[in-house]
Design a protein around this ligand. Structure first.
Ligand SMILES: Nc1ncnc2c1ncn2[C@@H]1O[C@H](COP(=O)(O)OP(=O)(O)OP(=O)(O)O)[C@@H](O)[C@H]1O
Ligand SMILES: [Mg+2]
Length: 361
């Protein structure tokens, strides 16, 4: 059933709203073949932003989008790049394969069919190739293509490259990125400490991209869009925004349920009910996460969820019966596990629904 409020998949152009300023900003960057790092808290709308940008510009540029979230080796990285490049051609399958065959020196390509969507795509065949050979073929082809048309290469979940330890992928990329023309790199990601370490002073990618932090959607934009589907006031949209702490995914999830339940006379109480339903539906998976923690970490997570900052004080330590040092080391463990994050001096739980669940414990 159609819902105008997608919350668990990238929104297509029909359901995408707001972000005019960001789209313009991206257009400027890409037009001059500059690079950009787009980062934000989780689930704010980075992937949807780039996906819509590409949708709007795929005639103008060669757009290559690659999501590296699931890669576990350098070979995966090279393969994903090759696959994305292979499927970036706007032409029909036959002519795309012809172009690719003349572009690649070593990689072969063949058509493949997705058993679930029944859609055709192109698969690179790389069985006997080394990582270096694949990378060379990829970047040489990219350079060749860039002579014909400007290119956007968007790499989503970019922080994952820091998890590959046997080769410094950032240094590797630097050498290619520096010697390019007509190619604009868009790096996207969310795990701030991993990402910033990749672009910090003296790191290989330092100064190779402008940084751009994607903020929460504007409540005015959310209201303008949702009023066509829901009988809702701007004030109540603001209320949802506040409850979700600006997390686009949770805002969309609430609006989605208001829509499918056909709620009339929406008020704060109905919004609260829906929010409780969302939290309850995730309870089981939250419990699993919670149960992987030891007692002190559980206490630390509760404290962070409830107080956010200024919690290393006697009142709170006594109340939860935990020593300052123990709390400090437990907070650090939670941070390393990426269950909590920090912005200036305030801690938060990056998954807003989990944060609300923890607050309710
Ligand atoms: N501008 C928008 N208009 C409509 N829906 C949006 C918009 N931005 C994001 N969404 C919705 O919010 C949800 C989260 O967005 P998205 O996955 O793009 O965020 P993200 O920042 O890439 O998240 P992650 O950090 O998990 O990769 C998606 O379901 C998406 O459909
Ligand atoms: Mg994303």
């Amino acid at each position: 059933m159609f819902s105008p409020f997608p919350y668990d998949k990238i929104s297509d152009s029909k359901c995408f709203f707001g972000r005019e300023k960001e789209l313009k900003e991206l257009e400027k960057v890409v037009k001059y073949s500059n690079n950009i790092l787009i980062h934000s808290k989780r689930r704010m709308g980075k992937s949807s932003l780039i996906s819509n940008f590409i949708e709007n510009h795929k005639k103008q540029y060669i757009c290559i989008y690659v999501d590296i979230f699931e890669m576990t080796s350098k070979e995966d990285f090279a393969y994903l790049l090759l696959k994305a490049l292979s499927n970036s051609q706007e032409s029909d399958l036959k002519s795309a394969i012809k172009t690719l065959t003349s572009l690649f020196k070593r990689v072969r390509v063949e058509p493949t069919i997705d058993p679930t969507t029944l859609k055709y795509s192109i698969k690179p065949v790389i069985a006997t190739l080394s990582f270096e050979q694949m990378m060379e073929d990829f970047f040489n082809s990219l350079n060749e293509l860039s002579k014909t048309k400007q290119i956007i290469l968007a790499i989503d979940e970019f922080q994952q490259i820091a998890t590959i330890k046997d080769v410094k992928l950032d240094a590797y990329l630097r050498s290619y990125i520096q010697n390019r023309e007509n190619i604009s790199y868009v790096f996207l990601g969310s795990k701030r400490h991993l990402l910033t370490s990749l672009f910090e002073y003296k790191a290989p990618l330092y100064e190779l991209a402008n940084h751009f932090e994607l903020q929460a959607l504007d409540t005015k934009n959310i209201f303008d869009y949702s009023k066509d589907y829901l009988d809702i006031s701007e004030e109540l949209v603001g209320y949802i925004f506040e409850k979700a702490n600006g997390e686009t995914k949770l805002i969309q999830n609430i609006l989605h349920l208001l829509y499918v339940y056909r709620v009339e006379n929406i008020d704060k109480e109905k919004i609260e009910e829906i929010l409780s339903e969302i939290i309850a539906s995730k309870e089981a998976s939250f419990r699993i996460i919670f149960d992987t923690l030891n007692n002190n970490q559980k206490i630390a997570l509760k404290i962070v969820g409830k107080y956010k900052n200024g919690f290393f004080v006697n009142d709170i330590l006594n109340k939860y019966n935990i020593k300052k040092q123990t709390l400090q080391s437990s907070v650090k463990t939670l941070f390393d596990k990426e269950l909590i994050d920090k912005e200036s001096d305030k801690y938060f739980i990056p998954d807003r629904t989990l944060e609300l669940w923890i607050e309710s414990l």
